[in-house]
Design a protein around this ligand. Structure first.
Ligand code: FAD
Length: 408
């Protein structure tokens, strides 16, 4: 027999979306239980960016100062090199926010911080090593989740179930949600190389005929992303690791002295890029947010920001009805209406860049001519504020309006 548990809201997945929503609902005095399948938040690199709009949310929650006490790096600009043209493509310093920069912080530090702060509210519960395996339905409504835990199976019943279990969401699959897939011409190989004094500080992207290389300064190492045509990992492996290392050294000569740190293919992780969006983000009793509602392309590195913004909007719209026990399908529909257009706009831009810049660069054999949009950024520095706004703030930044049940 499964253990029976109840909560006002249960959330599948303790990623950025699930943890932020859990914190906000607990702050509103709502009984919330987050189920996370891993034993801790330590896992493969999944992006360490905390965007200006997320930092603004943390300020609104009174948590910014403590968050920024954790080790992090600040990126005020993003630089790129297209063929021979080196330029700044995004300049965050003009954003009208408290922190006009991207903070790079290990995602596990950020998630641990959210978990610790959420845990200070008596109605917040987080169960690690709790893997959601199914939804519980009652007359067409979704009324909870089924999970396996170290103590055996659990049936969790809740007035609202939230799928925040990421791009391979089991909840959205079991709930039979319809998905539009948009495709992507690339995959990304992620790995680390050491950072050495004298190296550049800001993140950078290098675009050359046939190759794209992204480098993110993470303090004592570079988190590197080598973009490859979709499905071409086996070809790279056939050519051998020395050829792969040479390719990196050509793209970023200042790391030629340390490419030997890549000893085997096991130190290089494949991200299969996926871009999709649910047609409907909800069913009676269920809401999908973050990657579970819309897997984002890595272009612009905005997936975490969108996940957080979804959580803030969901808490703003759902905390009041959850407090009175009356979340309706109409409330859930309002969350989708609020967040779908910024998601669409972002995905459209990502797909445009995937097709116009990434596909062409990866398919090119001639020396790369920078696209017109890139030349404009080089000629008119003021234009660099636009990508900064889109990456740093998103198309519709959210602000915390959900109630604080504990304010004096
Ligand atoms: C290699 C890589 C690099 C990336 N780089 C960036 C970047 O630089 N910047 C950026 O903004 N975004 C980046 N992203 C995207 C970003 O990680 C996601 O968009 C973001 O984490 C989405 O947050 P989420 O909470 O919706 O989902 P996730 O972060 O995927 O969290 C889902 C959580 O649910 C848990 N879970 C899954 N299934 C179950 C289950 N059955 N039961 C219980 N728990 C479950 C998972 O363990 C996970 O903790 C990157 C992604 C990858 C893979």
């Amino acid at each position: 027999m499964a253990n029976q548990i109840t909560a006002q809201c249960c959330i599948a997945g303790g990623g950025p979306a699930g943890m932020m929503l859990g914190l906000l609902l607990a702050r509103a005095g709502i009984e919330v239980l987050v189920l996370e399948k891993h034993a801790d938040f330590l896992r493969d690199f999944r992006g360490d960016t905390i965007h200006p709009s997320t930092l603004e949310v943390m300020h609104e929650l009174g948590l910014l100062e403590d968050l920024l006490k954790l080790p992090h790096q600040k990126a005020r600009q993003i630089n790129a090199q297209f063929g021979d043209l080196a330029l700044t493509v995004a300049d965050f310093s003009h954003l009208p926010v408290r922190c006009p920069y991207i903070a790079f912080m290990p995602q596990w530090d950020f998630l641990n911080f959210l978990a610790e702060r959420a845990g200070r509210y008596p109605t917040f519960k987080l169960r690690m090593r709790a893997e959601v395996t199914d939804i519980i339905e009652d007359a067409g409504d979704i009324v909870g989740l089924r999970a396996t835990t170290p103590d055996g199976p659990v049936d969790l019943r809740a007035g609202l179930t939230v799928a925040a279990d990421g791009r391979h969401s089991i909840v959205r699959t079991r709930a039979g949600m319809e998905i539009d897939e948009f495709g992507a011409p690339m995959d990304v190989l992620w790995f680390r190389l050491s950072w050495r004094p004298g190296d550049p500080e800001n993140p950078m992207g290098r675009f050359q005929n046939g190759r794209i290389f992204i480098m993110l300064n993470r303090g004592d190492y570079w988190q590197c992303g080598f973009v490859i045509p979709k499905g071409s990992l086996a070809q790279h492996q056939d050519r051998g690791l020395p050829a792969f290392r040479d390719g990196i050294a050509q793209l970023a000569p200042f790391v030629a002295d340390r490419v030997a740190e890549l000893q085997d293919w096991a130190s290089i992780k494949l991200l299969t890029v996926q871009v999709d969006r649910l047609r409907r983000w909800y069913r009676p009793g269920l809401l999908c947010i973050g990657d579970a509602a819309h897997a984002m392309s890595p272009v612009g590195g905005v997936g975490i920001n969108l996940a957080i913004q979804d959580a803030v909007a969901a808490a703003n719209l759902l905390a009041p009805p959850l407090r009175t026990g009356g979340v309706t399908t109409d409330h859930l529909c309002r969350v989708q209406r609020r967040r779908e257009s910024p998601t669409r706009v972002t995905q459209r831009m990502q797909i445009l860049i995937q097709n116009r810049v990434i596909r062409r660069t990866l398919g090119g054999t001639e020396p790369l001519a920078p696209p017109l949009a890139v030349k404009l950024l080089a000629w008119f520095p003021v234009l660099r504020r636009l990508p900064a706004r889109l990456i740093g703030m998103g198309a519709r930044p959210e602000h915390v309006q959900s109630p604080n049940a504990y304010s004096a």
